[in-house]
Design a protein around this ligand. Structure first.
Ligand SMILES: Nc1ncnc2c1ncn2[C@@H]1O[C@H](COP(=O)(O)OP(=O)(O)OP(=O)(O)O)[C@@H](O)[C@H]1O
Ligand SMILES: CC(=O)C(=O)O
Ligand SMILES: [K+]
Ligand SMILES: [Mg+2]
Length: 590
């Protein structure tokens, strides 16, 4: 039995975007005999030839008559990126790890939380990268604070080769250095140990190698002028602490008050009377001249995401986005705002609104606000991102002890669980994967904790519903949002196995992800870059597939390709959503 409900556009509605002719054949039907089993809500083109470019939502009920009026202009018709559109119409691509996971565990147990790994000396080789990809890395992050562009270029090439040769779809995120104050690179040493009471010199002078004992170079010229005797100097937000005891020209002598290990280029902050001192360094540009060169490098290399450190305002994001749009033909590099400063918290909503996603960069954030305020800031950032429909990454020190030890602390597991419970889109490894001794084990912990906590919360139905405000500006946007929230609700109520979404730009897929449905979301897109970008979003399993405007044929093709690969089977219950036609269909896999 096939049932559908038709909905047409009323003539009295205004259309904010007017590239599409307004349909004129408006009819209204009573809704009758709505079948709970097989409902098809689909978009059809109006029978009016003048309205032929304006698909309308059509919820049909097996010809028995139908419905109220809802819909409108096609949305999400922003030009899809031209490059890399799948040409072979008879194939489907999904990354090898997901395919294995689907076959082994079935739909429901797939991991919803995405995993980002920082690549460093411990993981830059082809085999190490492959091990991370096999372990579930969705995004590889390169941090331009460290290493040379040549070094990063080789990492990018290896990840790309891995994707091509081994069937992964790992995306690449480039993270800028930013112009905050940090230490030099320790002259090649992997770390420096400061002991209680030791006197160290922090200086803006460059030293000849080898680095003089207990001497640290500082990147910020105004350092010696800005600090005062008595200030507290924090390395990496307090991993090591010093007290400033004397200033001698460019050299600042400090006594270690909290011993610890200092890593190359660690962040430095100084505090006076319990407050962070932000003197002239607060005026430093968010994107330094070196960052601009790195950004050019990222654009040339075609990275998928650029994460901007120490974002202070929305303007810098807008500026960068237009810079990228002008520089790269496809302008499909997503810009991630790193929330790690007081200013970024002050302007949180605007910054996130302007960005394509955000990172809770707890390392530096914890150096700028009291540590005990970091958890509430995290919760708030995760919530704002979800409301504004932007992916959010929770980063730093998730499994810090695993840099040295093969098992995490219980507290670390609890922290990871909390981020998963908050339903952040992604978790990130930093030092654990960049220079730790157990990168694969750390990734395995993130993976298993994510799957376990997701399942637990799903089964217990413990998630509080989150108010999701409208994010789009046009009526058409509202329809897409309504369709996605209805589809997600139906999926939960009907206990469907998967949501399918056919999406050109990825927008509709992200709207579905935002609803955090119980079942996984198979996102079909024809563009490689869109597919890679969807890798960062909660619950989305991105597939590359060429598809048409004909949903019947898209579905048939998808079913047969996925069945042939053993990823779905007859009888599975699926809800399909399309951004091409603004439709919802419910069906069993034939
Ligand atoms: N490309 C690299 N080369 C050498 N060491 C690296 C590299 N990337 C990371 N590391 C090491 O791993 C540690 C953690 O890396 P990560 O980039 O996550 O932290 P971070 O430098 O504190 O981040 P951020 O500067 O963005 O706040 C670094 O402190 C550094 O020691
Ligand atoms: C990731 C990062 O930049 C931080 O935590 O500070
Ligand atoms: K950085
Ligand atoms: Mg940082």
């Amino acid at each position: 039995m096939s049932q559908s409900l038709h909905i047409f556009t009323p003539s009295n509605l205004t259309f904010p975007k007017q590239p599409y002719p307004k349909p004129s054949n408006i009819r209204r039907f009573p809704v009758t005999n709505f079948s709970p089993k097989l409902i098809s809500i689909k978009a059809s083109t109006s029978s009016d030839p003048n309205a032929s470019t304006s698909p309308q939502v059509l919820i049909s009920n097996n010809g028995t008559g139908a419905s109220g009026i809802l819909s409108s202009t096609p949305q999400d018709y922003d030009t899809p990126p031209s490059q890399s559109v799948l040409s072979d119409s008879s194939s489907i691509e999904v990354d090898a790890v997901t395919e294995a996971e689907l076959k082994e565990n079935g739909f429901r147990s797939t991991r919803r939380t995405k995993l980002v790994c920082t690549i460093g000396p411990a993981t830059c080789g082809f085999e190490e990268l492959e091990a991370l990809a096999v372990g579930g890395m969705n995004v590889a992050r390169i941090n331009m604070c460290h290493g040379t562009r040549e070094w990063h270029k080789r990492v990018i090439e290896r990840v790309r080769r891995l994707n091509e040769e081994k069937g992964f779809a790992v995306a690449i995120m480039m993270d800028t250095e930013g112009s905050e104050i940090h230490m030099g690179d320790l002259g090649g040493a992997s770390s420096a140990k400061a002991e209680d009471g030791e006197i160290w010199t922090f200086s803006v002078r460059a030293f000849d190698l080898p680095r003089p004992e207990r001497t640290i170079n500082v990147n910020y010229d105004g350092f010696a002028e800005d600090v005062k005797v008595g200030d507290e100097l924090l390395v990496d937000g307090g991993m090591v602490r010093f007290e400033v005891i004397e200033k001698i020209g460019p050299d600042v002598k400090c006594r270690c008050t909290d011993p610890g290990l200092m890593l190359p280029r660690a962040n430095l902050t100084f505090w006076r009377d319990g407050s962070l001192v932000r003197e002239r360094n607060a005026m430093l540009p968010t994107i330094s001249s070196k960052d601009w060169l790195d950004i050019d490098f990222g654009i040339a290399e075609g990275v998928d995401f650029i994460a901007i450190s120490f974002v202070k305002s929305a303007e810098v994001i807008t500026h960068l986005k237009s810079y990228i749009a002008a520089r790269s033909r496809d302008s499909d590099i997503a810009v991630i705002a790193k929330i790690e400063s007081i200013d970024s918290l002050k302007n949180l909503e605007e910054i996130i609104q302007a960005s394509d996603g955000a990172m809770v960069a707890r390392g530096d954030l914890g150096a700028q606000i009291p540590l005990e305020q970091v958890p509430s800031a995290q919760q708030k950032i995760v919530q704002v991102c979800r409301q504004l429909n932007k992916p959010v990454i929770v980063a730093s020190q998730l499994l810090e002890s695993m840099i040295e030890y093969p098992t995490p602390t219980r507290a670390e597991v609890a922290d990871v669980s909390e981020a998963v419970r908050q339903r952040a889109d992604a978790l990130m490894l930093s030092g654990e994967s960049a220079m730790g001794q157990y990168p694969d084990k750390a990734l395995a912990v993130l993976r298993s904790v994510s799957v376990r906590i997701e399942k637990w919360w799903r089964e217990e139905k413990r998630h509080e519903a989150m108010e999701l405000p409208a994010v789009g500006s046009s009526f058409s946007d509202s329809i897409s949002e309504e369709i996605c929230s209805s589809a997600a609700k139906m999926a939960n109520n009907l206990g469907v196995d998967a949501l399918f979404v056919y999406t050109k730009t990825g927008h509709t897929a992200s709207l579905l992800s935002r609803c955090r449905p119980d079942c996984p979301i198979f996102a079909f897109t024809s563009t490689i870059s869109v597919r890679r970008r969807l890798n960062l979003q909660w619950g989305l399993i991105p597939f590359r597939l060429s598809f048409s405007d004909d949903m019947e044929s898209n579905l048939n093709k998808t079913f047969s390709l996925l069945k042939a690969r053993g990823m779905i089977k007859s009888g599975d219950l699926v809800i399909a959503v399309s951004d091409l036609l603004q439709s919802i269909q419910v069906m069993n896999v034939p």
